[in-house]
Design a protein around this ligand. Structure first.
Ligand code: SAM
Length: 312
């Protein structure tokens, strides 16, 4: 029986067709449809505002710093002097915010497929982007991230991939293949670093993470899987960092703290030298699965997860 104070409105995070997490909400702030996806901004009881695209929870106000610092900071701290950075996706503007904290960065090019998501974030998620869209170093464009890299004649010190998971029929599944990663590599400077969000490391659904890690290894000399617990997702979330000649595991606590002190504007809330050690030391079951994976993700048979919110 429901208690009297039990909230009457819930939203469902369809992690996959068999696992659903639910959050109580105070209300829906925005609900609309773009050419590419369904967009919802809701105010949750526990995590503040959140962005949901096609029933997939993207990030929440109260813990997005864990996700976005994890995605961006290890790559920028690893690079000796990042000046030019590209962000593929990242509609909330929080990955952009993290990039712009670096005083060495003089150009941050962000391309998101969906202008409506960015408009929505600008309006309803100010604590995520914190004005980053109007920073004079930001060059914002709209379109497919793969096409952007194909057409752009520039090279970047760091490329950050913050696109939605590779869902069947969704807009991003072509951005996780070997051929795409080869294109990324051509757009990196010799000491370039590539960082991606790479799905869950849940023991119940490790396939995507391990395949993406294996696929990156086909293209880059060094691939470093890492993970952070994201409370809003209620799971350990996977990332990968790929380079040809830098190694984040060789940086000790003090070196990282020193680089942060010298280069980063404002206080980080999650990432520092100690957190770095935790990020790059994965649990045994994850390491085991990564070492076992042999499948490589190619354009001609791309990995596509089932649409989580769609009932068959
Ligand atoms: N934190 C997220 C997660 O857990 O998946 C990713 C956040 S971010 C909001 C995802 C962004 O990727 C969206 O704004 C979406 O429009 C963008 N996106 C999806 N496919 C894309 C593509 N092919 N090229 C560029 N951006 C894309």
């Amino acid at each position: 029986m429901l208690k009297k104070d039990t909230p009457s409105r819930w939203i469902y995070d369809y992690f996959n067709q068999f696992e659903i997490h639910k959050h109580a909400i105070k209300g829906t702030i925005f609900h609309g449809e773009s050419e590419f996806q369904e967009i919802v901004v809701a105010e949750t009881e526990c995590f503040g505002r959140c962005l949901i695209l096609d029933n997939e929870f993207q990030s929440s106000e109260f813990d997005e710093y864990i996700y976005h610092e994890s995605l961006v900071q290890p790559a920028l701290i690893l690079h000796p002097d990042p000046t030019k950075v590209a962000i593929i996706g990242g509609g909330e503007g929080a990955a952009l915010r993290e990039v712009l904290r670096h005083q060495s960065v003089n150009k941050a090019m962000m391309v998101d497929l969906d202008e409506k998501v960015v408009e929505c974030s600008m309006k309803y998620l100010p604590s995520f982007h914190k004005g980053s869209y109007s920073d004079e170093r930001t060059v914002l464009s709209f379109g497919d991230g793969r096409k952007f890299l194909e057409d752009c004649g520039e090279k970047f010190d760091v490329i950050i991939m913050d696109v939605t998971c590779p869902l069947e029929g969704g807009p991003s599944y072509k951005l996780f293949t070997k051929e795409f990663y080869e294109l990324v590599k051509r757009r990196l400077t010799p000491q370039g670093v590539f960082a991606i969000q790479a799905s869950t490391t849940s023991p119940a659904a490790l396939y995507t993470y391990s395949v993406l890690n294996r696929t990156l290894q086909e293209v880059f000399a060094h691939v470093f899987p890492y993970a952070a617990h994201i409370p809003f997702f209620a799971m350990l979330w996977g990332f990968n960092l790929a380079t040809d000649n830098l190694d984040p595991t060789l940086l000790n606590r003090d070196e990282i703290d020193q680089r942060i002190a010298e280069r980063v504007k404002g206080d980080l809330s999650f990432y520092d030298g100690t957190t770095h050690q935790a990020l790059f030391n994965l649990p045994k079951y994850v390491r085991k699965e990564l070492s076992r994976q042999t499948h490589i993700n190619f354009d001609n048979s791309p990995l596509m997860e089932k649409y989580p919110g769609r009932s068959e």
